[in-house]
Write a protein of this length. Structure first.
Length: 289
């Protein structure tokens, strides 16, 4: 029999007995959890909130009723202040939300009385409403400008193949050329065409017949890539080339990119008979600083 003392002395034949370390490995009891571990293991008690709730949202202070925060059940605020989750408080006892509080007042005004923000803050408040998952506010904001118009614009852009990829290509090409030339700006050629087939006043009488009755070999003659950096089109919608140009400039500007553009001519590639490409070519100038 092996006896382990407080000084780890072992009696008996060393060859027949287990070492103290072996004994500990075989018969070690489960470790007693520390106070910290025990605290983590125990579920927190439901948090109680006062009827009037002081808030600290990213350093900005607000005060509102608990019922206001719980106005709509399926929101993040209602869940946060349901009592099921622990919310930390600052040194003054205000419940702390780690979020920029710039537009939180607009969120509260909607929860209180259904008020909507002025037009210049609609986009920013929309992002906050998404974060807090306030469905009724999102629905209301989507029905007013500028978000209502943005939905229509996105429906048009949904017809455009690889639109976002082409935007990224414009940015990458312009950046690379500016860095290579150590220049303040870069220029690139962009083709924007609505119709797959060329249309000019002279060609119009023949256009429909060629479009619907041309042979496979003629079809291949019309398929080509203009000598440009990026090409947008074709698409089928009432919106025209100038509408798409507006979208391109708007989306680049939204990313902080300064862009100017002008038409510098058309693609003059000869296709078949008296048909030439005639797709408009635009020069884009991207200024980096």
């Amino acid at each position: 029999m092996v006896v382990v003392t407080g000084q780890n002395k072992v009696s008996g034949n060393p060859d027949d007995a287990m070492s103290s370390s072996d004994a500990e490995d075989d018969f070690q009891e489960p470790a007693t959890p520390t106070a910290t571990q025990a605290g983590q293991a125990l579920p927190l008690l439901p948090q109680q909130f006062p009827e009037v709730v002081p808030l600290n949202v990213g350093g900005m202070h607000f005060t509102t009723r608990l019922s206001t925060l719980r106005r709509y059940e399926d929101t993040m605020l209602a869940a946060m202040f349901s009592g099921r989750h622990y919310i930390p408080t600052d040194a003054e006892g205000r419940y702390f939300i780690d979020r920029d509080g710039t537009y939180f007042g607009d969120i509260l005004n909607f929860l209180r009385s259904g008020d909507l923000p002025p037009r210049e803050r609609v986009r920013s408040v929309y992002k906050e409403a998404q974060y807090y998952s306030i469905g009724p506010l999102l629905d209301n904001l989507e029905d007013i400008q500028p978000l209502k118009g943005e939905k229509v614009r996105q429906a048009f852009l949904g017809l455009m193949p690889y639109y976002k990829d082409h935007l990224e290509r414009i940015i990458e090409i312009a950046k690379l050329r500016a860095m290579q030339r150590k220049a303040r700006f870069a220029k690139l050629k962009v083709c924007v065409f609505k119709e797959e087939m060329p249309i000019t006043p002279y060609e119009c009488p023949h256009f429909n017949s060629l479009r619907f009755e041309r042979s496979e070999s003629e079809t291949k003659l019309f398929e080509h890539h203009c000598e440009v950096d990026v090409s947008f089109g074709p698409w089928e919608a009432v919106a025209d080339v100038y509408d798409l140009l507006h979208c391109i400039v708007t989306d680049l500007s939204a990313r902080g990119i300064t862009v100017d553009h002008q038409c510098i001519g058309v693609c003059d590639k000869h296709l078949i008979n008296h048909y030439y490409c005639k797709r408009p070519i635009y020069e884009f100038k991207i200024t980096w600083w």
